[in-house]
Design a protein around this ligand. Structure first.
Ligand code: SF4
Ligand code: SF4
Length: 374
């Protein structure tokens, strides 16, 4: 038994404060990226059949170059930087990159397939100041579609439970090509048992669009969404996913290229992993004018987009621009839209005070000042 689970719990409120600060910054101003994905290597040690984000040959990006990119993202005012890939743990100095993100007081997260985790690697990530690590698990047993399986990864999850001082989030994946939809429910239960956060993901095609899903898949997704921790239970209704799995489009403004940036291994800024090439500008030359232009640029792929992290960043801007409607969006059961008058009095008062265009800015500035944490 190690002290890590105790430290993880103890530092939980500090991580929530950092997230609150990020949230306050996002509400105060739309002139900085909320989230950026960086790719320390395009190479992956697996070959999931639905994935278009890896190869088996690329070398890791030089560490000094990755550190420069982190500095450039910090200069743009980025709040969260996520290392993804390929498989980011294939980068031998990932912890140096994480440490540089942390030094800038930016939230550092990693998305990994988990295969390369060892107790020593987890301790290195602790020392670097990692905030959260996310693993997507696709099935219980490896098959031709994916080897990201609970059977293979369970030992890694136990090591994380024993040694990680950072948050761990398990994404239980459902969708076309994923064998048994109920696997996602078993995966989510195991993750909860180990004290990890649970999210649900829907597999997209190679342009980031929805693949049609069956009734059992929808039922499994609903079961996983209902399993979330009580603190977040008020956002049970992820309207984006709810609509997509029913083949319905979403009406939203994608802010990719502005509030969300995808930096490929060559250091170019793209809208997202599924829309590479737009705008395709080197990060070193990306300016406030680019952020401003992409904030409002139209994306024809938006109605059936499944990129959940970009949708979440867009929700923050909806909240700033149209608070009452967005609160309704989050609180209403999808099949029955609440009237604003049906919102609890406390919610109406809080939105009136904190999300008022002028008063809200003052409150978020105050929150940000109070929460200036390392
Ligand atoms: S582990 Fe991740 S990056 Fe690697 S092939 Fe699978 S989905 Fe793609
Ligand atoms: S809507 Fe935005 S996040 Fe989704 S695929 Fe298009 S550019 Fe990417």
């Amino acid at each position: 038994m190690t002290l890590a689970p105790f430290i993880r719990k103890l530092r939980g409120p500090l991580r929530r404060l950092r997230e609150t600060r990020m949230f306050a910054q996002a509400l105060r101003s739309a002139r900085h990226p909320i989230l950026a994905h960086i790719v320390p290597t395009r190479r992956c040690n697996l070959a999931c059949s639905y994935c278009n984000e890896y190869d088996h040959a690329s070398q890791p990006v030089a560490t000094e170059e990755m550190l420069r990119r982190v500095d450039q993202l910090a200069a743009l005012g980025t709040s969260i930087i996520t290392a993804s890939g390929g498989e980011p743990l294939l980068h031998p100095e990932l912890d140096r990159i994480i440490a540089r993100i942390h030094q800038h007081r930016i939230i550092a997260t990693v998305i990994t397939n988990g295969y390369l985790l060892t107790p020593e690697r987890i301790r290195r990530l602790n020392r670097a100041g990692l905030h959260q690590l996310q693993i997507s698990i696709d099935n219980l047993l490896p098959d031709d579609v994916s080897k990201k399986s609970l059977k293979v990864l369970d030992q890694k999850l136990r090591w994380l439970a024993a040694h990680a001082e950072f948050d761990v989030s398990i994404n239980a994946v459902v969708g076309a090509g994923i064998g048994n939809p109920q696997d996602a429910v078993t995966i989510a239960r195991r993750a909860s048992e180990l004290g990890f956060t649970v999210t649900a993901g829907v597999v997209h095609d190679d342009s980031g669009q929805l693949k049609p899903v069956s009734e059992p898949v929808r039922a499994a997704l609903d079961q996983v969404l209902n399993m979330r921790k009580p603190l977040f239970s008020f956002v049970r209704y992820d309207r984006f996913q709810y609509n997509l799995v029913r083949g319905l489009p979403n009406e939203w403004q994608c802010r990719a290229g502005s509030r969300y940036l995808y930096i490929c291994e060559n250091g170019l800024v793209h809208w997202c992993s599924q829309q590479r090439g737009y705008p395709g500008i080197p990060l070193a030359r990306y300016t406030a004018a680019d952020l401003e232009r992409e904030y409002r640029s139209a994306k024809s792929c938006a109605p059936y987009c499944t990129i959940n992290c970009v949708q979440k960043t867009a929700l923050m801007d909806e909240l700033r621009e149209n608070p009452r409607e967005t609160i309704l969006h989050v609180l209403s059961p999808p099949e029955q839209r609440l009237d604003p008058a049906q919102l609890p009095l406390s919610v109406r008062m809080l939105t009136g005070i904190f999300l008022h265009p002028r008063r809200g800015r003052w409150f978020s500035q105050m929150a940000e000042r109070l929460l200036k944490l390392k």
